[in-house]
Design a protein around this ligand. Structure first.
Ligand SMILES: NC(=O)C1=CN([C@@H]2O[C@H](COP(=O)(O)OP(=O)(O)OC[C@H]3O[C@@H](n4cnc5c(N)ncnc54)[C@H](O)[C@@H]3O)[C@@H](O)[C@H]2O)C=CC1
Ligand SMILES: O=C(O)[C@@H]1CCC=N1
Length: 263
């Protein structure tokens, strides 16, 4: 299987590398006008320079405002047998199909940066037109960089974007705050960083591997009248943390909806 990436930045190159390493694709071509070199890919600076090959997978991994432009510049001969997968936040399947200008199947994918370390999660949506075989193929591709989950309504991708697409940044912010608090309490910056990051990794590993829900895992740390209870009391006062998280995630989801209208 050969794949063409339109845009070969953080997302595009991370996904491409994982697919090659997993043996899911045999060759990667990438179009990116702003790169001099591209690891794991044959790089073209202009779509016009691409050889006429019928690609199996075409990934749109440019910033959302360029997604339709790069698709409309694509010679139709290259897409005859392709599934087009767009990772661009908020660009609707209808706009992507219109930009393509012909009937090849389009999939929207919302991955996140942990795909860089094979621990990503990707929300997927396809309008009608994708065969069961193609759907299984897309599931396999994104399972190579973490988990792959389909949603049956395109609008739900706004929620996926707000939760897991942007989500790594929320955890990084929490780690920043946790490390800063540790430094205030006298820890060295190095130790505070190590403890914050390793605690995040350990908690996430328990969340994904232990046979217990989030509440049970939290309860297991929280001794009655102990240290954790003292901190949780602050987070939970008038549901402060939960309300803040809900407001923040709603705000991200609204921005994703706005991007869909703007693109
Ligand atoms: N960074 C993230 O956490 C996530 C990003 N996304 C989506 O992934 C897409 C790419 O984001 P990143 O990789 O983070 O950005 P990036 O800036 O690292 O990569 C974008 C690449 O597109 C290239 N480019 C610009 N104009 C081009 C053109 N006309 N033709 C071909 N290539 C062109 C740039 O040179 C750059 O290398 C965005 O649409 C974003 O919404 C989706 C999920 C998570
Ligand atoms: O912030 C953004 O718009 C992109 C989409 C999800 C993560 N990064």
């Amino acid at each position: 299987m050969n794949a063409l990436f339109l845009g070969y930045g953080r997302m595009g190159s991370a996904i491409a590398q994982a697919w090659l390493e997993a043996g899911l694709v045999s060759h990667i071509s990438a179009v990116d006008p702003y790169l001099q070199t591209a690891s794991h890919a044959t790089l073209y600076n202009d779509v016009a320079a691409l050889p006429t090959i019928a690609y199996d997978i075409i990934v749109v991994a440019v910033k959302p405002n360029y997604a339709c432009e790069v698709l409309s510049a694509l010679p139709p001969g290259l897409c005859q047998q392709a599934v087009v997968i767009s990772v661009a936040a908020g660009v609707t399947s209808q706009k992507l199909s219109q930009a393509l200008g012909h009937g090849c199947p389009v999939v929207r994918a919302m991955p996140n940066t942990p795909v860089l370390v094979g621990a990503g999660c990707t929300g997927l949506f396809a309008p009608s037109g994708l065969s069961e075989r193609q759907r299984a193929q897309v599931t396999r591709l994104f399972s190579a960089v973490g988990t792959a989950s389909w949603v049956e309504q395109e609008g739900l991708l706004d929620a996926v974007t707000a939760l897991s697409g942007s989500g790594p940044a929320y955890y990084h912010l929490f780690s920043e705050a946790l490390a800063a608090a540790g430094i205030e309490l006298g820890l060295s910056p190095e130790l505070a960083k190590t403890l914050a990051a390793q605690t995040a990794l350990g908690a996430a590993t328990l969340q994904t591997q232990a046979d217990a829900d989030f509440v049970a895992l939290r309860t297991a740390v929280t001794s009655p009248n102990g240290t954790t209870a003292a901190a949780i009391g602050v987070f939970e006062h008038e549901s402060a943390l939960r309300r803040l998280v809900e407001t923040a995630v709603r705000s991200a989801s609204r921005r994703s909806e706005e991007l869909s209208r703007e693109s």
